[in-house]
Design a protein around this ligand. Structure first.
Ligand code: SF4
Length: 405
């Protein structure tokens, strides 16, 4: 069996080959990790993210551009707000952390902001770990501006950069998320807060890995500090957000991810996802990795339009949503479902097949009742009926619905 380090090097080399010659790796951010954790059954996304493939470029090259990404204006506005929040050595940020999360502690008179610069993500992650340890030993308030954290994802390290981490006087650590959506009268858009909480949960997990290497292990707080512009102004407002649930879900989902090594081993020799390749070759490479499309991908993954088109072309039930997919058990295509409902295939003892046949029977009875009583009125005075053809259970028009009088 190869030595673990040699195996790790071989995997890194294989992932670089998958990315394509001279194509730089795209770092995984917490948003991508949260989305990956939300669809742990998708080997396609796992291997593309693991290999650092730029999925936006890949989607363009496949001819299905993604509808993702912030506008340049939003990015500039967000960066300006973050700089304002962290001005004066993070004095305002530490004040907000004290007020919202730790009012019993001594107020932050003078917080420390250590220099975290180092070469490469591994170097920065090591520097961050050292700065966190020094901050705990020193006591008082410390602000780590854009620290670098490493998290093991499906056997491959992902480097993550939260907006900030605050070290409290009691040695505990808090993740800080700075967002540019407004907080109106103390509350913000719940969907955006939810997305921020899922991202922060990933940072909390990564911080816990750093904490576990210290003795005694510092406490990583499960209430994060969310900082947003107050009422459309440029002034910061903060709120403590409990991310325990998101942390537990993300942890469970990340543990369910198939190891990237196993997915890579199953790929055909010479597979490459370089956006420079001709579209047909690239499509074949992408299609060689199994996907688990669900409509939720549309708001979470750059390849959603490509995977949706493929899923529809195969009439896969996954495109109907996870709930329908779960109800249908072993029936994976719309053709299988219709055939089982008509009694042409499927095991009658299978609960999904039995439910489909019962639904088909009820539908046929309802249609037959309509055919027997075409003049039945809906009860609405003057109702003229839709004139829409009525279909039988095989989907063929049975007769025109008669207008109600
Ligand atoms: S869009 Fe495709 S690659 Fe992305 S998560 Fe969904 S199925 Fe996987």
């Amino acid at each position: 069996m190869p030595h673990p380090r040699r195996r790790g090097t071989a995997l890194r080399q294989r992932l670089a080959e998958l990315r394509g010659p001279d194509v730089p790796a795209k770092a995984l951010d917490a948003r991508a990790l949260a989305a990956l954790a939300a669809n742990p059954g998708c080997a396609r996304r796992a291997v593309l993210d693991g290999a650092g493939v730029d999925k936006t470029r890949l989607a363009d090259a496949l001819g299905s551009p993604s509808a993702f990404g912030q506008s340049q204006f939003a990015l500039t506005r967000g960066n300006a707000f973050e700089a304002r929040v962290k001005a004066d050595g993070g004095a305002e940020l530490l004040r907000l952390a004290h007020r919202k999360l730790d009012p019993q502690a001594a107020p932050p008179e003078e917080g420390r902001v250590p220099d975290l610069s180092a070469i490469g993500p591994e170097g920065r992650a090591a520097r961050t770990a050292l700065a966190l340890r020094e901050a705990v030993e020193a006591g008082g308030w410390t602000l780590l501006d854009h620290p670098m954290l490493a998290l093991d994802v499906a056997g491959s390290p992902a480097f993550l950069e939260p907006d900030a981490v605050v070290v409290h006087p009691d040695g505990s650590w808090t993740v800080v998320e700075i967002k540019s959506f407004p907080m109106l009268d103390g509350s913000a858009d719940p969907a955006k807060v939810g997305a921020a909480a899922r991202q922060a949960a990933v940072y909390v997990l990564a911080l816990e890995e750093v904490a576990a290497r210290l003795d005694p292990a510092p406490r990583v707080r499960h209430r994060i500090l969310l900082v947003c512009p107050k009422d459309f102004s440029n002034l910061p407002a903060a709120s403590a957000v409990d991310v325990r649930k998101q942390r537990a879900v993300t942890r469970r989902q990340l543990a369910r991810l198939t190891r990237i090594e196993e997915i890579v081993d199953a790929l055909p020799e010479g597979t490459c996802f370089s956006p420079e390749l001709p579209a047909a070759e690239l499509t074949a490479a992408v299609e060689s990795v199994p996907a688990a499309y669900a409509p939720e991908c549309l708001s979470a993954c750059e390849l959603a339009f490509h995977c949706r088109a493929r899923s529809r072309a195969q009439a896969a039930v996954t495109s109907l949503g996870r709930a329908a997919r779960a109800e249908l058990g072993g029936l994976t295509t719309v053709g299988d479902v219709l055939s089982a409902a008509r009694g042409e295939s499927g095991d009658p003892d299978d609960p999904a097949v039995a439910a489909l046949r019962r639904a088909a029977r009820l539908r046929a009875e309802a249609l037959a009742a309509l055919v027997d009583a075409p003049d039945r009125c809906t009860g609405t005075p003057g109702h003229e009926g839709s004139g829409t053809p009525v279909h039988d259970s095989a989907g063929t028009p049975a007769q025109e619905a008669a207008p109600c009088r």
